[in-house]
Design a protein around this ligand. Structure first.
Ligand code: CTP
Ligand SMILES: C[C@](O)(CO)[C@H](O)COP(=O)(O)O
Length: 247
């Protein structure tokens, strides 16, 4: 039987690059706070999951009514994303072998197929897994003088996305070690790599963007709108399949 995943949703960021009057997770996206879209996508894929949401202690925007999960808890965010995630891992009553998926609240466009593929890989891979996509642009590195650049080889380069999934005990060990060493890891997979392990890359759709800069909000709205038909079709197909198994 497939186990139910734990979900950690880091949502304690300030959205400095967005530069809005509130953290970006509370900005309007297609008529609702961005955070609600993300939680709904996760809930649709994993309705029975236990969700831990990391929120800043001074957060005055979050509403309990927005949480679609029956089993959920709120934990304090930390100074950095990795500290928030670690707080979540400490707070959950998980066994070492339980699967945990970590998903940025700032990625509201993640699609059901990618969530399922990532979860399957998490269960299969001893080192965990992450959604990722191959770099498609020519890569430049500035020489530090603000004027000249050189071209980097892009062979084998991937963008790391979320969710990223691991067994609870492994991720707790990896992030604890990263925190103690003072290393600033920007995703969970980096902490696992520092243990000498290689999380599996799961090739993902390109529309699972992280809303980071002001223009990203309009882009996310366009993506959600373009995805609506696809999701509707998938849901209808699921219902037809369910009806067929009942008749
Ligand atoms: N101390 C922190 C920092 C970030 N996050 C979360 O980690 C995710 C990815 O971070 P990012 O996109 O950098 O969000 P912000 O930190 O809000 O953005 P910025 O760096 O522009 O301030 C977001 O869902 C954010 O809420 C968190 O839980 N705790
Ligand atoms: C976790 C992440 O979204 C993977 O791409 C990313 O590393 C978060 O980075 P940020 O600088 O904290 O936005």
């Amino acid at each position: 039987m497939t186990p139910t995943p734990w979900l950690v949703v880091p949502a304690a960021g300030q959205g400095k690059r967005m530069g809005a009057d509130r953290p970006k997770q509370y900005l309007d996206l297609a008529g609702e706070p961005l955070l609600r879209h993300t939680l709904r996508r996760l809930h649709a894929a994993f309705p029975e999951a236990r969700c831990v949401i990391c929120l800043d202690d001074d957060d005055r925007w979050f509403r309990n009514a927005w949480m679609p999960f029956a089993h959920w808890q709120r934990v304090s965010g930390g100074a950095e994303r990795m500290d928030s995630v670690l707080n979540g891992l400490h707070a959950m009553a998980a066994d070492a072998n339980d699967p945990v998926l970590v998903h940025d609240v700032a990625r509201p466009c993640v699609m059901p197929n990618d969530l399922q593929a990532l979860y399957q890989a998490t269960l299969e891979s001893a080192s965990g897994a992450l959604l990722a996509m191959p770099v498609a642009d020519t890569m430049k590195r500035d020489n530090g003088d603000g004027a000249s650049f050189r071209t980097e080889c892009r062979d084998g380069l991937w963008h790391a996305l979320t969710p990223q999934g691991f067994r609870h005990g492994l991720l707790l060990r990896a992030l604890t070690q990263a925190q103690r060493s003072g290393a600033l890891v920007t995703d969970e997979a980096s902490a696992i790599e520092a243990l000498g392990l290689a999380p599996r890359l799961v090739s993902a759709r390109r529309d699972n963007i992280k809303v980071t800069h002001p223009g990203d909000l309009g882009l996310a709205a366009a993506i959600l709108s373009a995805q609506a038909g696809e999701i509707h079709k998938a849901e209808s197909g699921h219902e037809i399949a369910l009806a067929a198994t009942r008749s």
